[in-house]
Design a protein around this ligand. Structure first.
Ligand code: TRP
Length: 327
């Protein structure tokens, strides 16, 4: 049977290069490899942090347009917005009743948010892993590609599925496995730390060439003269280049580093390579973002198919726990 792969992206910011390399691209590759793919926009997860109505709506459209601009084919991939699938939220309640509070207490994301004090935390943040488990389990997912930071959440989804199966006495839920995208950890931002919206060091995916050039110009370099040999391994510019280029291209740039390259030249090489990579998807993105009705239509069609699938899983669960009568 074809393996089912599912992942969600939270619309909490404008998609950036780190998201491309750590999330969008690995997921799209799996869909191209012929797995049954289900990719969605986790807008109700975003609500745990985004409270501005206009922002939530904009980020949601941006993430949807990004998926499509990068090549997601809604005819082959189940593509939908989480909030359009109420079955997920009903399942979430059922799962909550099989979830140990201690599992949620131990979640790293929740614990680090707790550093700000528990009045700063809403219950959505606390129960976040239960909703994420429902996202995953409602579609019989086998494989969940995520960044390292989400590994524990997938582990909780596994624990919940196993507990439900154990308590009802048969395998009503399919137990998923995470697939960690190691690359996501190594995409540096303009300040050399991991590229992340919260550090303000991102390169937006669909910036214009001029905007992107300006951002790359801000990458901090040292004062070694242009002709001095440089170590590619310690250079943020090189790391970013390598993340998008072919191995042969990266090796060529590394050679230029070793024989001496000016920082301005290195930045230009990065800017050019990114433009080459992103010019076509950017044109598609701009077309899509200018046509919200078309985006909404694509999402609505996806939601209908998603609901039909999730309804079946939910009914299986409702029968297993005694809410529905077996038919
Ligand atoms: N929590 C994930 C993140 O922040 C997003 C997400 C929500 C997700 N539901 C999911 C990822 C289900 C994989 C599967 O990146």
């Amino acid at each position: 049977m074809t393996r089912r792969v599912l992942t969600g992206i939270k619309p909490t910011g404008t998609p950036h290069l780190g998201n491309l390399l750590g999330a969008f691209r690995p997921a799209l590759r799996l869909a191209d490899e012929g797995l049954d793919a289900m990719y969605f926009i986790a807008d109700y997860h975003a609500l745990t942090t985004v409270k501005d109505r206009a922002q939530l709506a904009r980020y949601t459209h941006e993430v949807a347009a990004t998926w499509l601009a990068l090549g997601l084919d809604p005819e082959r991939t189940l593509f939908y917005r989480q909030s359009d699938v109420p079955e997920i939220f009903e399942l979430s309640w059922v799962l909550a009743c099989f979830t140990s509070k201690g599992w949620l207490d131990r979640a790293h994301a929740y614990k680090s948010a707790m550093a700000a004090g528990d009045t700063e935390i809403n219950m959505g943040l606390y129960t976040y892993p239960v909703l994420m488990a429902a996202d995953i389990l409602a579609f019989d997912s086998d494989l969940v590609p995520v960044g390292k930071d989400q590994d524990q959440h997938v582990e909780i989804a596994r624990d919940i599925a196993q507990r439900v199966n154990h308590m009802v006495g048969h395998d009503v839920l399919r137990v998923p496995a995470a697939r960690i995208e190691h690359d996501s950890a190594v995409v540096p931002g303009t300040d050399g730390r991991k590229m992340s919206k919260s550090y303000g060091n991102t390169i937006p995916l669909f910036a214009t060439a001029a905007e992107r050039k300006k951002i790359i110009g801000r990458i901090v370099t040292d004062s070694t003269p242009p002709e001095a040999p440089k170590d590619p391994a310690t250079s943020t510019i090189f790391e970013l280049y390598r993340a998008v280029a072919t191995p042969a291209e990266a090796e060529a740039l590394a050679a230029r580093y070793r024989s001496g390259i000016g920082w301005g030249e290195a930045k230009q090489a990065l800017a050019d390579r990114l433009e080459q990579e992103l010019a076509i998807p950017r044109a598609r993105y701009q077309e899509l973002i200018a046509d919200p009705a078309r985006l909404d239509g694509i999402l609505a069609a996806g939601a209908e198919k998603a609901r039909a699938y999730a309804r079946g899983v939910l009914e299986r669960v409702r029968v297993a726990i005694g809410i529905s009568r077996p038919r």
